[in-house]
Design a protein around this ligand. Structure first.
Ligand code: SAM
Length: 189
């Protein structure tokens, strides 16, 4: 019933690393067409008004019971950050997920750098919106600048792991960085 096969990657990562818990407030970045949000709604129980699922994408995301969507919003735009904070209960998230991917130019190193840049900006935004102890997961295409994002995560989280779900094709450069337990005193940069 999932809108996209990417759902199986999140299911696999969560099964192994236990990042999602009922009642969590989760921001799903790059949420279209909405498969990760479907997994989140199943796991977090927003029907019981405890959990909260907020999906954000440049594209339109078709409505999903139990989720709130910000369609046509750019996650690198501070105006989007303000909307997210306004929508989140208490202005804070327990988990931030990103499956964002820019339109690939075909130039591998350039696409890699753009995606790393987007994730770095999301880590900075997480400094204000992710609660202490919260978890962060982002997709990158592996390459020369992967250490930039890994180092930034290591400064701001207790545990950082690289995850390659089986559901992610083995030939693809796609990897996921999982950062657990957000530190509380996050000085910007
Ligand atoms: N996890 C999604 C699912 O399960 O349905 C699939 C996500 S898809 C691989 C990547 C998405 O990232 C695309 O829908 C794309 O529009 C979005 N995206 C790329 N750049 C973005 C940006 N700057 N702001 C918001 N969304 C972005």
């Amino acid at each position: 019933h999932y809108r996209c096969r990417s759902a199986f990657k999140l299911l696999e990562i969560d099964k192994e690393h236990k990042i999602l818990h009922p009642g969590n407030r989760v921001v799903d970045c790059g949420a279209a067409p909405g498969a990760w949000s479907q997994v989140l709604v199943d796991k977090l129980d927003p029907a019981e008004s405890v959990g909260f699922v907020l999906g954000v994408d440049l594209l339109r995301i078709a409505p999903l019971e139990g989720a709130v969507f910000l369609s046509k919003c750019d996650l690198t735009d501070p105006a989007t950050h303000r909307k997210i904070i306004d929508l989140l209960p208490s202005g804070q998230a327990d988990v931030i997920l990103s499956d964002m991917a820019p339109n690939a130019s075909g130039i591998k190193e350039l696409d890699h750098q753009r995606l790393v840049g987007m994730c770095l900006s999301l880590v900075d935004f997480s400094g204000t919106v992710l609660r202490p102890g919260g978890n962060f997961l982002c997709k990158i295409w592996d390459g020369g600048e992967s250490s930039l994002i890994r180092d930034r995560l290591q400064q701001r989280f207790q545990i950082v792991k690289t995850v390659k779900p089986k559901a992610s094709r083995t030939e693809s450069a796609e990897i996921y960085l999982l950062a657990k337990s957000h530190k509380s005193n996050n000085a910007p940069n």
